[in-house]
Design a protein around this ligand. Sequence first.
Ligand code: HDE
Length: 663
Amino acid sequence: MTNNKKLEQLEQFKASDAGKPITTNQGVKITDDEHSLKVGDRGPTLLEDFHFREKMTHFDHERIPERVVHARGTAAHGTFECYEDASDITMANFLNQKGKITPVFVRFSTVAGSRGSADTVRDARGFATKFYTEEGNYDLVGNNIPVFFIQDAMKFPDFVHAVKPEPHNEIPQAQSAHDTFWDFVANNQESAHMVMWHMSDRSIPRSYRTMEGFGVNTFRFVNEAGQAHFVKFHWKPVLGVHSLVWDEAQKIAGKDPDFHRRDLYENIEAGNYPQYELCVQLIRQEDEFNFDFDILDPTKIWPEELVPLRKLGIMTLNRNVDNFFAETEQAAFHAGHVVRGIDFSNDPLLQGRLFSYTDTQLIRLGGPNFHELPINRPVCPFHNNQRDGYNRMTINKGQVSYHKNSLQQNTPYEVPANEGGYEHYQEKVEGRKVRARSESFKDHFSQARMFWESMTPVEQEHITKAFSFEVGKVEDKGVRQQVVDMFANVSRPLAETIAKNVGVMPPDASIAEVTAPFISKAVSMYENPVPFLKSKKVGVIVNEESNISAIKQSLEAQGITVELISNHQGEIDGQPIDHSLETASPVLYDGLVIAAMFNDTVTNKKVDTFADEIYNHYKTLAFLHQGAVSEEYNQHPGVTDSVDDFIDALKLGRHFDRTNATG
Ligand code: HDE
């Protein structure tokens, strides 16, 4: 039925209640699930009502702690297909045979917000992949931004405390636009490079399907001969990288807080399976010190122009979960879950991550046996002498639960490295025990400057606006000033514009911009945009006069998802109308076709508002009739008057060359 071993394994845990009698957890059939047991129909409830007690007790305990970071997320199943044998660089078994398929489970997330927060907030996105390989689970726990705010895991609790809602009033939810975040930034200037990415449109993705993923930390690949490379991981979305614009992102947070979750779910249901290529950058051990940045520093990228990407395979997400809690919520990822052929580096952020994941999951998932939960189980067998603990599922047979033993012929047995046992890379390490940071980690601005200079003018404008918004929300003027001074190291014009917009002094003349060591066009989103049509979502405003089926057909022939909007729901010409002008919103579409004029001014005004909003967010617009609004927008980029032209313009993406849009 499927070549996905994980999905087959999950089947045995699935249950359906449809068509079945209702029972207690003990299997006793229930006559009445509506009324508690009472003395007379107006009398007190009886404690002996075992059904009431069980139902209520279970309900009382339905919540588990949310993830301390990355609480809001959504996930899907899929497969990874290996492009070619990569055994020259790693003995990882899932990368050693062309065409080999490995099941995966991917969870995307925001970082700062609570479980119920909105999807489209300005934030980094988590991109965590569990590969269920034949030699055990490998977790690639990444983000959609390739660097991080801090260099040492010791500072992670401080960083997270600063970005989360402030402790005295728990405001604001899921935002970095507040005093403590920017106070942290100004006082911990290693954050400069990541803050530049965070202020860019990378932080407001259009979709989980259109964002990159990065392992961020430096890992090691080791081959059978014991040779190692430093490695960084990248996921490249086949659809390219596309983002929202800020005004739109904020409005979507209200109109559809589940925007990204819905987009992923609906596209998988529709067969528009998201795909990402897995690529690696490799640096030979002997080249460790041949760069003008430290390759263990997680606030630095390895520019792709200096260290090229090698493609290893492609991941396809093709199946939604059956149960959000059992799968998405109970999934436990760990940067330390590696398989043979993948090892760690001394990146001090990575080293600290290795402690944190299991530690937090022990309380979130209620004890040490969460590896037995269906979603977390490997597809290969696992055996050891671990026993007992809360929620133990396995019934381990036999007398022996220790090593070494003679009663069970010394089993479960150890596996030598040359027969498939995991052997840690034998790096030679020497040094004094110190609390310190390497001198080579101390340049905080060169790559931040490189990022700024590698941006297109549109991207620079968006970054400037984002800074002005975020720092403008900081109430403490001293913090605003410190931020302005800090970013004068990256770009004086940028800092001066922010200063003006947020009402503080221009940066001190003594602060000098650093120079960019390199320009990396690969970090720009808009330098090489990837055009696409399939799965873009278009709203079509129609009434009885519109040629609905012809328009719909032309758009759907291109794989475009179409939603019909009118002044009422129901049907027109036998076509179901998906939305009224009230339940639809222009911020939820990639483009809008207006194929109707209504006879009342109020409705036409609403349509005009749709057109304005689409226009201001640089999205493609078609007026299939003449009217006051269409004339106003005549001749502007991405504004068309036929379905064919609309399709051509939609394919390109946003029309940032509109000079008078306000988005
Ligand atoms: Fe995480 N991180 N992290 N992180 N992280 C968690 O684990 C941590 C870091 C990332 O969908 C937690 O089970 C420390 C970088 C993702 O379930 C926790 C440090 C990157 C997810 C934790 C980092 C990540 C997490 C919270 C600094 C990008 C969500 C809940 C040393 C490479 C996984 C949990 C999911 C989750 C610790 C930094 C990615 C607390 C200590 C850098 C995608 O263990």
